[in-house]
Design a protein around this ligand. Structure first.
Ligand code: MG
Length: 287
């Protein structure tokens, strides 16, 4: 080895490959308009550098299929708050499963089927006051969420979680959540709705599973950047190597303990663009 090489330890210890895992609403998507246009420069830079951008969201698979077409993204994605990871067929060598669905994706389930959730919720309706997405007509769902008819239809296609509107007081809410815990479920507050899902389903576990899948695929452990704006992102942010908390004018930033935590100045996709561009600069990714 020459002196010159000794001056460049990165030659013998190359930088780990990057993986970006991101929340959608209020993070990559604008809180009000659901637009991601302000993040397009950073998204294009990540795509040019072959850095996967993996949505990790409370949204359903049907919602994600529409969104990734709009984004031009064909990376894996995580749905229903960590309930399932949807993987392109290229991941088949890393999976035991040989089965893909009609859209060519392989789904790795971490949560529980919706039927099981409904079985637990049914007797709780007598004691607590709440209503669920699945109770509502499409028109009611549109009125509650402000979604377009097509988006509301996609939001209804839940398989592993129920979103509910809590109408009872905070004390009742705590005892409701304790009941869910003892039935192997848990609840997450995301925006206006309380999501009820399997206890094993969380955005942080999904991130860990993705890190392992990419480790097998790439032959080295990736460096994971995660971005989120809310309390339901904390498990994901804390499982990352670099956590990016996107500012949200509607609530204070969540408290996050990760090896590195960065707070964006701007909210939503503008904050996404600002922080990812700065990180890619720092990590030597071509601009
Ligand atoms: Mg969010």
């Amino acid at each position: 080895m020459t002196d010159n090489q000794e001056l460049h330890p990165s030659d013998t210890h190359p930088q780990p490959r990057l993986l970006i895992v991101t929340d959608l609403d209020g993070t990559l998507l604008d809180h009000h308009s659901y637009s991601f246009s302000a993040a397009l420069p950073a998204l294009a830079r990540a795509a040019a550098a072959a850095i996967p951008v993996i949505p990790n969201t409370s949204k359903t698979r049907a919602e994600l299929l529409a969104l990734r077409r709009a984004l031009g993204n064909d990376d894996p994605f995580v749905v229903e708050n960590g309930s399932a990871i949807c993987l392109p067929a290229a991941f088949r060598p890393q999976l035991d499963s040989t089965r893909s669905d009609s859209d060519g994706l392989i789904e790795l389930r971490l949560g529980v089927e919706l039927e099981r959730i409904h079985t637990v919720l049914a007797p709780l309706r007598e004691r607590f006051d709440f209503s669920c997405f699945s109770d509502w007509t499409l028109e009611e769902l549109i009125a509650h969420t402000g979604l377009s008819p097509a988006a509301a239809q996609a939001a209804r296609e839940r398989r592993y979680s129920e979103a509910l509107l809590w109408r009872d007081d905070a004390g009742a809410r705590a005892s409701f959540i304790a009941r869910l815990d003892s039935a192997g479920l848990h609840a997450l507050q995301g925006g206006r709705f309380l999501s009820v899902l399997g206890a094993e389903a969380d955005k942080g576990r999904a991130l860990q599973r993705l890190r392992e899948l990419y480790r097998q695929r790439w032959g080295s452990v990736p460096c994971v950047i995660a971005l989120g704006d809310s309390g339901n992102d904390v498990a994901m942010l804390e499982a990352a190597d670099i956590a990016v908390v996107i500012a949200n004018p509607h609530h204070p930033p969540p408290t996050v303990a990760a090896p590195e935590v960065i707070y964006s100045r701007q909210p939503g996709p503008a904050g996404w663009n600002e922080t990812i561009q700065a990180l890619l600069d720092r990590l030597g990714v071509p601009g």
